[in-house]
Design a protein around this ligand. Structure first.
Ligand SMILES: [Zn+2]
Length: 184
């Protein structure tokens, strides 16, 4: 009698867990990412001014590419700053337009794309230094900064890091995004 009761209890617990299952499974629908907690919090928000952004990690892009950055919508000319002390290398490409690779003293690399213009030239920078201005050069639609976090060769989802750095107290991003059209 007692063992049958135990079976019922464990069956009910199993049912409860399966109800919880779909909620936790939803978080895994996006492509797998490295553990963002391995990267220390950013020392500055990449965009020094009002911006809005969503978690678009893994979203489809042209030519079968997957989105590996955070698209931060902001007015053209809004300053873009170094998120770490490090070395900023200014480069131009068809996809990224006016772009910057920031190699941090701590080893990670950060990629900034679609700048309207750079601020100065390639150099050593401190976190918070202005290195460029938001624009839509390269393969961009609408003024925004495309920002990537690369602890190693591969990018990770930078959204949690950017969200924490740019919206330190309240997660305003979803509200702001609802008020503005999406760009790619
Ligand atoms: Zn992008």
């Amino acid at each position: 009698m007692h063992s049958r009761r135990k079976q019922w209890i464990s069956a009910l617990i199993g049912l409860g867990l399966s109800w919880l299952g779909p909620q936790t499974a939803a978080a895994h629908e996006r492509p797998a990412t490295s553990d963002h907690s391995a990267v220390a919090p950013l020392d500055a928000c990449p965009v020094a001014g009002p911006s809005s952004f969503i978690d678009s990690w893994g979203d489809a892009r042209s030519s079968g590419r997957r989105h590996e950055g955070v698209d931060m919508e902001a007015d053209r000319g809004t300053p873009v700053v170094a998120v770490r002390d490090g070395s900023a290398e200014f480069k131009r490409s068809n996809l990224g337009g006016n772009a910057i690779w920031l190699t941090a003293a701590t080893g990670e690399r950060f990629y900034y794309a679609h700048l309207d213009d750079w601020a100065g030239t390639s150099r050593d920078v401190r976190a918070g230094d202005v290195i460029g201005y938001v624009g839509q050069t390269g393969n961009a639609r609408g003024d925004h900064l495309h920002f990537e976090v690369r602890p190693g060769d591969a990018a990770i989802n930078g959204f949690p890091l950017v969200d924490a750095a740019c919206n330190p107290s309240v997660g305003l991003a979803p509200i702001l995004v609802a008020l503005r059209p999406l760009v790619r």
